[in-house]
Design a protein around this ligand. Sequence first.
Ligand SMILES: CC(C)(COP(=O)(O)OP(=O)(O)OC[C@H]1O[C@@H](n2cnc3c(N)ncnc32)[C@H](O)[C@@H]1OP(=O)(O)O)[C@@H](O)C(=O)NCCC(=O)NCCS
Length: 237
Amino acid sequence: MQLSESQPAGIEISLWQYSRNERDRDRWMQSLSPDERDRAATYRFERDRASFIAGRYLLRRLLSAHAGTLPGEIVLVADEHGKLSLEGRDRPQFSLSNADGLVAVAVAAGCERIGIDCERADTKIEEVTLDTYCSLDERRWLDELPAHQRARAAVELWTLKESHLKALGVGLREDPRTVAFAWKDGIPVMLGDDRYQWHHRLVESGSQHVVALAACSQSGLPGMSIQIFQDDSMPSE
Ligand SMILES: CC(C)(COP(=O)(O)OP(=O)(O)OC[C@H]1O[C@@H](n2cnc3c(N)ncnc32)[C@H](O)[C@@H]1OP(=O)(O)O)[C@@H](O)C(=O)NCCC(=O)NCCS
């Protein structure tokens, strides 16, 4: 299913609510590198292992389409902060996120940086936690919202910030309060971006998840396509 916002797509977002079938997982594992298989074996909880395997499988499927190779031939390298790239290439830029049965991947041929994050929309965020990632203005904005909108808005704000910090490659090493948002015509705008090179969007996920995208592009936000990924490589029984 293709939910295109505009064409041509410079940013491809793929969302996958993967199956819980163990045989599917074994099949996905076959595309993973020896390092990834070793890492998969270290997860204590089955849920976390499944999430990691599904994430790397989808990432490899998408990148192999760009590189014209098989998913298992893609060579991924992580920098010292954990940000992945294709060995020896800085394009396409890509980002991966996992949350509770959903994998989200953004692949961008025409952006300098890209970050994606997803979280369950009904994630409960404690009041005390809000202070650890919201600026004073963001706190005030949240406090003025009706109660039924406030909880989701808090998750959206968190997800936007994490997508931005992932695009930068620093992740949560950086204090999320250093990135602040305001809303303009319903679109999140990062404060202090005087060169207007950053673009942030909340993406319609078609699931119980909030998905946020951060893209750095000097020439405006490229066209964006959203694909609900179906694993058609082999039907599960
Ligand atoms: C990046 C980070 C915010 C992701 O957190 P998360 O919500 O648990 O995970 P998500 O599902 O959204 O994203 C996971 C993906 O982010 C990517 N990622 C990891 N570190 C990243 C970084 N520094 N920048 C960009 N992307 C990163 C990886 O592709 C990872 O996928 P993988 O698990 O298959 O390797 C977090 O891992 C982080 O802050 N890392 C850097 C700081 C650090 O080293 N912390 C150690 C623990 S405190």
